[in-house]
Design a binder for this molecule. Structure first.
Ligand code: NAI
Length: 511
């Protein structure tokens, strides 16, 4: 869409002001309208304050700031938006109000005007129903704060003209965003695929496998996520996060994959909503202070360790071997099947989603300790371990000493299947695989959405490729068997790739 074409934004709140900012910055004349007196002025003042901040930091010159603000004009009524080529709605999240506004716009705008909704939870198909030109309506879902976060989900409802979706996609790209095509579905990509990020940690809390600070620390320091799930739920608001989960759960007719958590409901019932109420998983009030994650006492380093990793020097555990070598430990690195560490008195295996205790008995291992998946064993600073109930204390200590010698803090978990990062990564990949299977998005779209919408360190499907779809499938089978829960049922897409040795992306497989 040419930058001289006017863009209209309806609703000058958090999102509308941010979207108007983005469009004006890209060079479009922008008309901003809001039903409430003073809201547009507040919105424009907010944009001005942000631009001033960037001028003060030397990131924007004053002339550019003035030009952006000059392009941002208040509109007194919907009738003033008639010449816009693209109208983006960011008003109250209510399907009938949105339908009414779009219905009015159809009478005011040209037949070619693209109508876009920034809804985050309503059906684009439902909003378009009843319009004279439903083919012109598309979802344009920005993330908060819109000027900062790059992802825009371009959502096609049942009637959306593909050419309209393509135009909006190209426009978002020209605005410096990372657009992703999405077929209309509850939660679109991000709010659907991200559910296990919260749910797996909530489930571990329900099992009392570890405390809040330890689980968060593991997801950050071992999984490479910027924030732990509990921290992030506190930031989003427990009530808001619980509502999104409930919306997706009900929209999928109670599918176990999206089942809400009783742990979170307790917090909501207690009014412990997170940062905004001063108390959530963490305390933000008078007793604020970050609780320490649980870390095992340091043990003397082992003299020698045998590491088996599939791929040898290119294997998943090769960076761990390197860290141990640097620390003066004698290492034998074997290119073998699976990921294992042998140290005097203990066998350490990468979790495969089974209970350590069941795996020890099945495989006849006297002193088994399982360890968690790390995003990168070369840079992780913490790892979760779980011992089988039959494992001797001295073997537990020997297992902890291996990771400590490599410079990682060790957090012991109760014997939880799939520990923390592995089960979360497997479930994120499973959700992504389902989205691909159902034609919601392609694999690149899923990964871009999670990396650019919620800052994941790696796309869940690239992660699955790297681990191998067959391994991820095995983990899910084991989680499903261990919990007896349909929640973990593997995606057909994952099963197919695992069966034929395929990958979600070409060229991202590890071996
Ligand atoms: P907000 O409450 O900050 O702003 C909404 C604005 O719309 C208000 O200024 C209100 O006066 C105005 N408004 C309400 N009804 C109107 C009408 N009929 N005509 C004109 N103006 C009207 O809300 P926010 O957070 O900006 O959300 C707006 C939309 O964006 C919602 O659909 C929401 O689901 C979606 N969204 C919100 C995100 C967020 O993080 N806040 C992220 C992505 C999407």
């Amino acid at each position: 869409m040419a930058t001289d074409r006017p863009v209209a934004v309806i609703g000058a709140g958090t999102m509308g002001a941010g979207i108007a900012h983005v469009a004006a910055q890209a060079g479009h004349p922008v008309r901003l309208f809001d039903a409430v007196d003073g809201a547009v002025a507040r919105g424009i003042d907010g944009v001005a304050a942000q631009l001033d901040g960037r001028v003060a930091k030397g990131k924007l010159d004053a002339a550019a700031r003035d030009a952006i603000l000059n392009r941002l004009q208040p509109a007194a009524s919907l009738a003033d938006l008639g010449d816009a080529s693209l109208v983006i709605e960011a008003i109250v999240e209510d399907v009938s109000v949105k339908q009414q506004v779009f219905g009015e716009l159809e009478g005011l705008c040209g037949a070619d005007t693209v109508l876009a909704t920034n809804t985050s939870s309503l059906s684009v198909t439902a909003i378009a129903a009843g319009l004279a030109r439903p083919q012109n309506l598309v979802g344009m879902h920005f993330f908060n704060p819109a000027p900062v976060l790059k992802l825009v989900e371009i959502v096609s409802g049942l009637a959306t003209d593909p050419a309209v979706a393509d135009t909006v996609f190209a426009t978002a790209e020209a605005w410096g965003k990372v657009p992703v095509h999405v077929r209309n579905t509850p939660g679109f990509i991000v709010n659907r695929v991200a559910r296990p990020f919260y749910a797996e940690t909530l489930n571990l809390l329900e099992q009392q496998a570890a405390d809040v600070a330890t689980l968060d620390a593991l997801m950050r320091e071992c999984g490479g996520f910027r924030m732990g799930p509990c921290q992030l739920m506190d930031l989003i608001g427990q009530d808001v996060n619980a509502r999104v989960t409930a919306t997706v759960f009900h929209a999928f007719h109670g599918d176990a994959r999206y089942r809400p958590s009783l742990v979170q409901r307790e917090l909501v019932d207690a009014g412990r909503l997170g940062r905004k109420s001063g108390l959530g998983f963490y305390d933000y009030g008078e007793n604020a202070g970050t609780p320490f994650p649980q870390s095992a006492d340091p043990r003397p380093a082992p003299e020698s360790v045998t590491i088996t990793t599939s791929g040898g020097e290119q294997g998943l555990l090769a960076p761990l071997a390197e860290r141990l070598r640097t620390a003066g430990v004698t290492i034998a690195l074997i290119d073998g099947d699976g990921e294992a560490v042998e140290v005097a008195g203990a066998t350490l295996l990468l979790s495969d989603g089974r209970l350590a205790t069941e795996r020890a008995v099945t495989e006849g291992l006297d002193n088994l300790v399982v360890f968690d998946l790390a995003l990168d064993y070369g840079s992780a600073s913490r790892i979760a371990l779980a011992a089988a109930d039959t494992t001797a204390d001295i073997s537990r200590a020997a297992a902890a000493a291996v990771f400590q010698a490599a410079g990682l803090a060790v957090s012991w978990l109760d014997d939880a299947p799939g520990l923390v990062v592995l089960r979360t990564a497997a479930m994120l990949a499973n959700e992504g695989a389902n989205a691909v299977h159902e034609g919601i998005a392609d694999a690149r779209g899923v990964d871009n959405a999670m990396q650019f919408g919620v800052n994941y360190p790696i796309g869940p499907l690239a992660w699955a490729d790297w681990l191998g779809p067959a391994f991820v499938l095995r983990v899910l089978h084991h989680l499903q068997a261990a919990h007896g829960d349909d929640r973990y049922r593997p995606s057909l897409r994952l099963r197919r790739l695992a069966a034929c040795g395929g990958h979600f992306h070409e060229g991202t497989e590890r071996h």
